[in-house]
Design a binder for this molecule. Structure first.
Ligand SMILES: Cc1cc2nc3c(=O)[nH]c(=O)nc-3n(C[C@H](O)[C@H](O)[C@H](O)COP(=O)(O)OP(=O)(O)OC[C@H]3O[C@@H](n4cnc5c(N)ncnc54)[C@H](O)[C@@H]3O)c2cc1C
Length: 403
């Protein structure tokens, strides 16, 4: 959606992969849009549904899958409902944002939050010539990120004329005919629109009310077959928790691959197969203007909290062989456990080669490799793609001195 917002000429609906009617026509699936599930009765095995016309219907089930996703967190601030204060979660939000940008001739925007949706929207708004400021109440820019790598991301924003305000609590939002103003003790901020991108929370209230067990961050607790605490109810996607392959604990990391994979696994399991999912490593990538930002596994802080004794190595290398045209800097952080020598996580920032390169340590985390084993991996080399020692191997060799 952010990349669609960046282009005023693109229709938001070109993101629709398969319209609801195709499910019906081609696959015989009775997709009922504009139907809201309002309650689950696990003992009677029914769901109560409110239709668009306000009717209430009761639908029976043999097996139920809850896949209600997540929703944006809206901070409890006076003025958060003002026109022009918006969040981006679904296509309808995307359509509203694009219409607002067009109809109001937005020149200046403020973004609350500094997660990946905030960064992607920042880039999209700048691409449309809009002046952007970003603000967050907490003082640390990207809390999970190694400081050196995070400072590269911050510099990239600033190089694109984005002003970043950290540690600025917001008291309220005021709106008048001249636009919106954010009232903060430390800084004067305002614009024609405010985008709220401070995170999401799971839509797990239906499950909670039905008495199902909850996991981290109030996500719905599921086992490796995606079954909830009720054997006839499954949960998958952003509303459900997952097993973390590094910490061996339950976690909540709402991302698309897990959601998709879990949906398929539930279908198999409902049909009698026994598909078990390994879990997630927290692998994620995003783009901030010309930078690729990537992570997998644990940061130093997360590793410490999970009971490891972490050490890190941070190196700078090149994205192409020495003197190869177009070569640029890539920064890599690897985290390992001093007690066991195990690889725990990786982060990368660079103009190229970071997004796909993160998949190597991601697989190593699934395989529970040690830093030494990872340092012995036979990674590819040719001049246009990196130095003969891949930046990941250089980082692993450094980390070997610490673990
Ligand atoms: C702007 C943006 C960018 C993103 N970019 C990435 C990315 O680059 N990479 C990545 O991995 N992930 C990304 N994500 C996250 C990704 O979109 C989600 O992980 C994924 O869509 C989750 O799928 P889901 O099916 O669990 O939930 P959703 O796609 O949210 O679907 C949930 C559905 O349930 C419906 N629903 C909710 N409550 C009820 C109810 N009571 N009754 C009936 N229906 C209900 C909703 O209307 C919705 O249709 C992004 C998300 C956003 C918002």
């Amino acid at each position: 959606m952010p990349y669609n917002v960046a282009d005023a000429t693109r229709d938001m609906d070109d993101l629709i992969v398969r319209p609801a009617r195709v499910f019906k026509e081609k696959q015989g699936i009775d997709v009922r849009i504009e139907h809201r599930v309002e309650g689950i009765d696990p003992s009677g095995k029914t769901v109560t549904v409110r239709t668009a016309s306000g009717e209430t219907v009761v639908v029976p089930y043999d097996k139920l899958l809850i896949a209600t996703g997540a929703r944006p967190v809206l901070p409890n601030l006076p003025g958060i409902e003002a026109p022009g204060v918006m969040a981006l979660k679904n296509l309808e939000d995307g359509r509203k944002i694009k219409a607002f940008l067009r109809d109001q001739g937005v020149k200046k925007a403020v973004i609350l939050g500094m997660g990946y949706i905030a960064f992607e929207m920042c880039e999209a708004l700048r691409a449309r010539g809009i002046d952007v400021e970003m603000i967050k109440p907490r003082p640390v820019f990207i809390p999970w990120m190694n400081e050196q790598l995070a400072s590269m991301v911050k510099k990239e924003l600033e190089a694109n004329q984005v002003r970043v305000h950290l540690g600025q609590p917001i008291e309220r939002i005021e709106g008048n005919e001249n636009g919106l103003r954010l009232i903060c003790p430390g800084v004067q901020l305002g614009g024609d629109m405010v985008l709220v991108a401070v995170g999401v929370r799971p839509n797990s209230e239906l499950a909670e009310k039905a008495g199902l067990a909850l996991g981290p961050d109030k996500s719905i607790a599921v086992d490796s077959t995606l079954r909830t605490s009720d054997p006839d109810i499954y949960a998958a996607g952003d509303c459900a928790d997952a097993f973390h392959v590094v910490t061996s604990q339950r976690t909540w990391i709402p991302l698309a691959l897990r959601a998709n994979r879990a949906g398929w696994a539930v279908a198999d399991n409902v049909l009698g197969a026994k598909v078990e999912l390994q879990g997630v490593a927290g692998t994620a990538v995003f783009k901030v203007f010309d930078l690729e930002v990537a992570r997998t596994g644990l940061s130093v802080e997360e590793a410490r909290k999970a009971g490891f004794d972490p050490a890190e190595a941070v190196i700078q290398s090149r994205t192409r062989a020495h003197n190869h045209p177009g070569s640029s800097t890539i920064s890599v952080q690897l985290v390992g456990d001093k007690k066991t020598g195990r690889l725990l996580g990786a982060q990368m920032v660079g103009k190229e080669g970071a997004a796909h390169r993160i998949n190597a340590p991601a697989v190593a985390l699934h395989a529970k490799m040690s830093v030494e084993e990872f340092s012995q991996s036979d990674l590819a080399y040719a001049p246009p793609f990196g130095p003969s020692w891949d930046p990941l191997l250089t980082a692993a060799n450094q980390l070997l001195k610490e673990v």
